[in-house]
Design a protein around this ligand. Structure first.
Ligand SMILES: Nc1ncnc2c1ncn2[C@@H]1O[C@H](COP(=O)(O)OP(=O)(O)OP(=O)(O)O)[C@@H](O)[C@H]1O
Ligand SMILES: [Mg+2]
Length: 500
C-alpha cells in the first residue's frame, strides 16, 4: 500500500519542531538585544560629549553668556510712543516717559516721514526737544519715538575724500558704503589730563609765515582770528593741501552754500581732498544741526587719532557754531549774557575744544577759525577761544589791503609751544626777524615821510635793509609748497649776519 502523502500546514510543522522558544523568552531575548545597542549608543554619546567639551574653551562660554545677558538687559521688548503737545519754532514739547537729555527721537509727520529731534530740557512733565531739521508736517498729537541713544555716526577709512553732514550722511551725491563701520556718538569726553603725552614734535603747515614764527606742535590747538573776507578759508585750504598730517578733517559751519564747492575744488583740490573728510552744515540750516557739525568733525578726528594717525582739524568758523548755540540756548529760554550768548555756550566750547590734542595713540592738531565781527577783538567768542587754545594767529585787514597774502599779523600772533619745540637756531632767527619787524613798524611813519636820516640808528638801518627780504619770505602764493626744513633753513640763513 502506497504511503499516504500528507501535506502538513506550516504552523503545524513549526509546532512539531523540537527547538521551540516560549513566547516570553522571545520578548526577553529581543529586549537584551535592543539594550545592548542602547548601551553602545549611550557610551558613544557620552564619549562624543566629553570630546566636544574638551575642545571648547569654557572661558569663552562664560564671556558669551555674559554678552547675551548684557544684550538682553539692553533690549527693550516694548516701545513707548509719546505725542507732541506744543510746537514753537523748532522747539517741540513732548510727553513720553523714559526720555533723557541728549536722546535722539523721531517725530512722525502726518504723511509718515520721520523728523529727527534731540532732547534738550525738561519742563515739569514735558520734555523739550529741538528739531535737527525742519518741522514741516508735524502737528498736535504727532507720534514721537525715542531711540534711547544719542546721535551716533558711522566712522571708518571710507570717510576719506567724502563730504558728510553732521548726522554722518553723505552729501556729495554718492552713496556711503559703511561696511565694517564703527558707530560712534558725536559727544564724548576729552582725554584725561594725565593721559596726554607732552607735545614735542613740530607740525608742518607748509605755510612759511606760520612754520617760521609761530611754529605749531603735533597736538596743539591754535585759534585763527580774522574779520570777514581777509583770507581765512584760503589759508585753511593751503594748510590742508600742504601740511604733513595723515588726515585732515574740515568742519565748514554756517558757510554759504556756494563756498563749500569752492573750498572742495579750489582750496583743497584733488590732492587735499584725498586725505580729507569734510563735515558741512551751511548757514541756511537750523541752529542745532549747525552746532552739531563741530561735534561730528571732532568725533571723526577721534576715530583717526585712535588709529594712531596724525590728524589735523580745521574749523571754519567756531563763531558761526557759537552763534548757532546762541540760537539754541535762547529758544530754550536760557538768559542772554554778553552779546546775547547764553552762559552754557562758554562751557560747551571749552568742552569741545578740549577734545582735540594728544592721546597715547595719536594726535589731533587743531586750528579753530574765529570770525571777528567788525574786526572787534573784544568779542566774547574771540576772548573765550583765545583763553582756551595754545596760541593765536591774527589775520590783518591792513596787511591784506597791501596785497600781502597770507595776511598774517606776525607781531600780533604767537604759538605758546614754539619755545618748547623749536631748535635754538630757529628760535634765535625768528626772534631777530620779529625784532626787526617791530622796530620798522615803530618808525614806519618817520620813514614814510622821509624824516629818518639813514645812519642815525644802525639797528633801524638793518631793519630798513631787511624789510623787503622779510616781506618776500612771509608772502606765499596758494600754490607754493614749502617744507618745514626749507622754511627753517631759509630763515636761519636770512638772519645769520644780522646783529641785533
Ligand atoms: N593767499 C592769497 N592770495 C591771494 N589772494 C588771497 C589769498 N587769500 C585770500 N585772498 C583774497 O581774499 C579773498 C577772500 O578770501 P577768503 O574767502 O579766504 O576770506 P574769508 O576770510 O574766508 O572770508 P569770509 O569771512 O567771507 O568767509 C579771496 O577772494 C582772495 O581774493
Ligand atoms: Mg571763509
Amino acid at each position: 500500500m502506497q504511503p499516504r502523502l500528507e501535506c502538513q500546514p506550516l504552523n503545524k510543522a513549526k509546532r512539531n519542531c523540537p527547538f521551540r522558544f516560549h513566547k516570553n523568552t522571545k520578548i526577553f531575548l529581543s529586549q537584551v538585544y535592543l539594550k545592548k545597542y542602547f548601551y553602545i549608543f549611550a557610551y558613544y554619546k557620552v564619549y562624543h560629549y566629553n570630546f566636544i567639551m574638551n575642545q571648547i574653551d569654557t572661558g569663552n562660554l562664560t564671556e558669551l553668556k555674559n554678552k547675551v545677558k548684557e544684550k538682553l538687559n539692553e533690549t527693550q521688548l516694548f516701545k513707548f510712543k509719546g505725542t507732541v503737545s506744543k510746537l514753537l519754532g523748532l522747539t517741540v514739547e513732548v510727553k513720553l516717559p523714559g526720555l533723557k537729555i541728549g536722546d535722539l527721537c523721531f517725530i512722525e509727520t502726518y504723511d509718515g516721514r520721520q523728523k529727527p529731534a534731540e532732547v534738550q530740557a525738561f519742563k515739569g512733565e514735558v520734555a523739550q526737544l529741538l528739531l535737527l531739521y525742519d518741522g514741516e508736517g508735524i502737528g498736535q498729537g504727532s507720534l514721537v519715538t525715542s531711540t534711547g541713544k544719542p546721535i551716533i555716526i558711522p566712522v571708518g577709512d571710507f570717510l576719506l575724500g567724502r563730504l558728510i553732514n553732521p548726522m554722518g550722511d553723505p552729501i556729495d551725491g554718492r552713496p556711503l558704503d559703511t561696511t565694517g563701520a564703527q558707530w560712534r556718538p558725536i559727544e564724548g569726553p576729552p582725554p584725561g589730563p594725565f593721559e596726554r603725552p607732552i607735545i614735542t614734535e613740530m607740525f608742518s603747515t607748509g605755510v612759511r609765515a606760520i612754520d617760521s614764527c609761530m611754529t605749531m606742535g603735533c597736538g596743539q590747538r591754535l585759534g585763527l582770528f580774522a574779520g570777514s573776507g581777509v583770507g581765512k578759508s584760503t589759508l585753511l585750504g593751503m594748510i590742508a593741501r600742504n601740511s604733513d598730517a595723515d588726515v585732515n578733517v574740515v568742519a565748514l559751519i554756517g558757510e554759504r552754500g556756494r563756498e563749500v564747492k569752492e573750498f572742495v575744488e579750489d582750496a583743497l583740490g584733488e590732492k587735499g581732498m584725498a586725505k580729507s573728510v569734510l563735515v558741512c552744515s551751511t548757514g541756511d540750516q537750523p541752529p542745532l544741526i549747525r552746532q552739531k557739525a563741530l561735534l561730528t568733525a571732532t568725533a571723526v578726528c577721534e576715530y583717526f587719532r585712535d588709529q594712531g594717525k596724525k590728524v589735523f582739524l580745521m574749523t571754519d568758523t567756531v563763531t558761526r557754531c557759537a552763534m548757532a548755540g546762541r540760537e539754541v540756548g535762547l529758544s530754550l529760554g536760557e538768559p542772554p549774557t554778553m552779546k546775547g550768548y547764553p552762559p552754557s555756550i562758554f562751557s560747551w566750547l571749552q568742552k569741545v575744544l578740549e577734545r582735540a590734542g594728544n592721546s597715547p595713540k595719536g594726535s589731533i592738531t587743531a586750528l579753530y577759525t574765529v570770525l571777528m565781527e567788525g574786526d572787534d577783538i573784544s568779542d566774547p567768542i574771540v576772548d573765550i577761544v583765545r583763553g582756551i587754545v595754545d596760541g593765536h594767529i591774527f589775520l590783518s585787514r591792513k596787511v591784506a589791503e597791501m596785497n600781502h597774502y597770507p595776511a598774517i599779523d606776525v607781531l600780533g600772533s604767537i604759538s605758546r609751544l614754539m619755545s618748547a619745540i623749536a631748535t635754538p637756531e630757529h628760535k634765535s632767527a625768528a626772534g631777530k626777524m620779529r625784532a626787526l619787524m617791530a622796530l620798522y613798524r615803530e618808525n614806519k611813519d618817520l620813514i614814510d615821510v622821509g624824516m629818518y636820516q639813514p645812519g642815525t640808528n644802525p639797528r633801524l638801518d638793518t631793519a630798513i635793509d631787511m624789510m623787503p627780504k622779510i616781506n618776500a619770505f612771509l608772502q606765499q602764493r596758494t600754490t607754493d609748497i614749502v617744507s618745514m626744513d626749507t622754511t627753517i633753513n631759509t630763515l636761519v640763513d636770512m638772519m645769520k649776519d644780522v646783529e641785533i
